[in-house]
Design a protein around this ligand. Structure first.
Ligand SMILES: *[C@@H]1O[C@H](CO)[C@@H](O)[C@H](O)[C@H]1NC(C)=O
Ligand SMILES: *[C@@H]1O[C@H](CO)[C@@H](O)[C@H](O)[C@H]1NC(C)=O
Ligand SMILES: *[C@@H]1O[C@H](CO)[C@@H](O)[C@H](O)[C@H]1NC(C)=O
Ligand SMILES: *[C@@H]1O[C@H](CO)[C@@H](O)[C@H](O)[C@H]1NC(C)=O
Ligand SMILES: *[C@@H]1O[C@H](CO)[C@@H](O)[C@H](O)[C@H]1NC(C)=O
Ligand SMILES: *[C@@H]1O[C@H](CO)[C@@H](O)[C@H](O)[C@H]1NC(C)=O
Length: 598
């Protein structure tokens, strides 16, 4: 019902009644009163319903410039990302009635030619029938033969059970596939008796075996046990459950948004989800609701036994491999045949309160789309922001061959530090004197908060201070420390939010992860994408990623600064630093949609 028109949004008073709290909060304007420019028009509709129009404030300090956001309201999981006939589609979980999670979730729909500039379309899938009347939850798209997309999604049915439904585009000649029709015989999959019917959701992109049959997995739970249940179909409509779980784990709880796909063992190129040959391994990702972590294991898919054999099992602990060690959940990949790559999207939650979100009028971002591929070691994935992001780079500053002296700090000036892309390569001193550690007995995240940027070390802490106030009263430190373990060197990458804002009531958890250091190279690289209230950082060329949400009071817009610092006793070199101001991406609705295919 809420149709964005530029920044102008109409809401019926009936819906206002539903979202009364939000509106009154927006009108009462706690923190944002100076920033809001509200226009209220009351007009009578044909049916005598009054419409209030207001403008989502443009000058909000925490709205992002180049991350995907909805025009307003609550957003969570990315759904059904796909590429179809020259157009990228992103659907996402959306609450049309407010800036908090809701009990009538829908699939919003946006399209793009370049994964950067987007057009927001009408909602694609909304509750309508007994099989999804209580919400249309997450799911995935599969491109069927003849280039026909199909969507499998979770419906919350009239009994509040979770069932899987099918939808198809109404008009395949419409380049944006605006209208989606639900299959009349929905649901196509109902919960098997072996799982909890209230925790059975998020079908993956399906893959086709050599026998021509389609396979899809659905996340499920039985007590503390988490699992992926496999279904097979000849025609994509009639699905048969495979009796033993595709893969399961004792202590992880429900697996939300499972993702299962092949990765090349010797190329950074992605491959289609149905590819199965000796040059691929498989990735199994699950989102663990118990700790809000997106974890993955690598392994082998056995189409004969119809199961997945991991190289290392999920542990349900902090030792599991993660895409991102910060705020990053419900991720999903798709294969992009236009550029032969696999792209990862994820929901990035807020770290402020629901009341803050109601005042802002929105909550939730999508991560920068990341290309994923298998590391040369074969033991983990690498992620890197898609190359299209580089097109947003504007004014550049460069620093070459600078010594970061022990205890020093210097400003990287000349760019818009609240909206920037920073790449830096640090040169390490001799490693022998590094502090000792036993990484198997220490939790990296805990270590990052104890050995924070202000506690002195030997090699490190050194790194960047982003979204920092001029007097450093606010700062988010993205930093490294180097440790010596038995026979090897270990790096620790941290994102320290403890001093990110003068506001106290925020979630300021510090995040961190370990990585291996090659003693022959003696360098560490970092790229941080800074965008007003989000910092996405990639260490070691994409081996480690950490995403943070921060809400400074002082370090906003032109009052945000960027620094490099070293609080270790040994000097560190900056062999190369490049920083760019970033341009804003374009978000249009269909009416104002103007740009065309390149
Ligand atoms: C399907 O989409 C095409 C392209 O937008 C349009 O010309 C055609 O009229 C549509 N067909 C129907 C039945 O809506
Ligand atoms: C559905 O598929 C199963 C297994 O292939 C088959 O036994 C059954 O007859 C099919 N049902 C329908 C309605 O096609
Ligand atoms: C990748 O490895 C597979 C299996 O070893 C081999 O057949 C293929 O030629 C390799 N491809 C490249 C690009 O090296
Ligand atoms: C999202 O963030 C809010 C505020 O920090 C928190 O209460 C909530 O648990 C988070 N949800 C998820 C899924 O991360
Ligand atoms: C940083 O660590 C030092 C030393 O452990 C501690 O005294 C200080 O309180 C910590 N600072 C923050 C902001 O957590
Ligand atoms: C470096 O250490 C000093 C002394 O502990 C501290 O005042 C300063 O805040 C630290 N720098 C950073 C960036 O944490």
């Amino acid at each position: 019902m809420i149709r964005p028109k530029g920044n102008l949004v109409s809401i019926s008073l009936l819906q206002m009644a539903k979202s009364n709290m939000e509106i009154s909060a927006i009108l009462s304007l706690g923190l944002f009163s100076l920033l809001l420019r509200i226009r209220i028009d009351v007009e009578a509709s044909q049916h005598g319903i009054e419409y209030v129009q207001y403008q989502v404030p443009e000058s909000q300090p925490y709205r992002t410039a180049y991350h995907f956001q909805s025009p307003m309201n609550w957003l969570n999981d990315p759904n059904g990302p796909m590429y179809h006939e020259g157009v990228y589609h992103l659907f996402y979980q959306y609450n049309p009635y407010g800036a908090v999670f809701g009990d009538s979730m829908i699939w919003a729909h946006s399209v793009s030619y370049d994964l950067i500039n987007w057009v927001h379309l009408d909602h694609a899938i909304e509750p309508s029938d007994p099989f999804d009347i209580n919400s249309c939850w997450s799911g995935s798209a599969t491109i069927l033969p003849g280039n026909k997309p199909a969507i499998l999604y979770t419906g919350i049915d009239a009994n509040n059970y979770q069932v899987q439904n099918l939808a198809f585009p109404k008009n395949l000649s419409d380049p944006f596939l605006r209208v989606w029709e639900k299959y009349t015989q929905n649901p196509v999959i109902t919960p098997p008796s072996t799982v909890d019917a209230l925790n059975f959701r998020d079908p993956t992109t399906a893959w086709q075996g050599e026998d021509g049959k389609w396979r899809v997995i659905v996340g499920a739970r039985n007590g503390h046990e988490g699992m992926a249940i496999l279904y097979q179909s000849e025609d994509f409509v009639n699905w048969t459950v495979h009796l033993s779980p595709f893969y399961r784990s004792d202590s992880t709880g429900i697996w939300e948004c499972p993702d299962f796909y092949p990765v090349s063992i010797n190329s950074t190129n992605g491959v289609d989800t149905s590819v199965h040959n000796p040059s691929v391994k498989h990735v199994m990702k699950a989102s663990f609701q118990v700790n809000w972590h997106d974890c993955y294991v690598l392994g082998t898919y056995d189409p004969e036994k119809e199961n997945f054999i991991p190289e290392d099992d999920f542990t349900g602990t902090n030792l599991d491999l993660r895409f991102d060690y910060g705020k990053f959940y419900a991720s999903k990949t798709f294969f992009d045949p236009a550029k032969n790559r696999r792209i990862l999207w994820a929901w990035v939650n807020e770290s402020d309160s629901s009341q803050d979100d109601i005042e802002k009028g929105w909550a939730g971002l999508q991560s920068i789309p990341r290309q994923v591929w298998l590391d040369k070691s074969g033991k983990q994935l690498i992620q890197w922001p898609i190359e299209e992001i580089d097109k947003l780079r504007d004014k550049q500053v460069s620093i070459n061959g600078k010594e970061l002296i022990s205890g020093s700090i210097f400003e990287v000036s000349g760019i818009t530090a609240s909206q920037a892309d920073v790449e830096v390569s640090f040169e390490l001193p001799e490693l022998e004197s590094a502090e000792l550690i036993d990484p198997t007995r220490v939790d990296a995240q805990l270590l990052c908060s104890e050995e924070n940027a202000s506690s002195l070390g030997i090699i490190g802490p050194f790194g960047l201070l982003v979204l920092a106030a001029k007097d450093l009263a606010e700062q988010t430190a993205i930093f490294f420390r180097v440790y010596k373990a038995q026979n090897r060197y270990i790096g620790l990458m941290c994102s320290d939010q403890s001093r990110s804002s003068l506001r106290n009531e925020l979630d300021k958890t510090t995040y961190g992860a370990f990585f291996r250091i090659d003693p022959n190279l003696k360098k560490i690289s970092l790229r941080s994408l800074i965008d007003h209230s989000i910092v996405e950082s990639f260490g070691e060329e994409g081996r480690i990623a950490i995403t943070s949400r921060v809400y400074p009071l002082l370090a906003i817009d032109k009052e945000a600064y960027l620094y490099a610092f070293n609080n270790g006793t040994l000097n560190v070199g900056i062999s190369k630093l490049n920083a760019w101001s970033m341009k804003k991406t374009q978000f249009d609705d269909e009416q104002s949609f103007s740009y065309s295919l390149e």
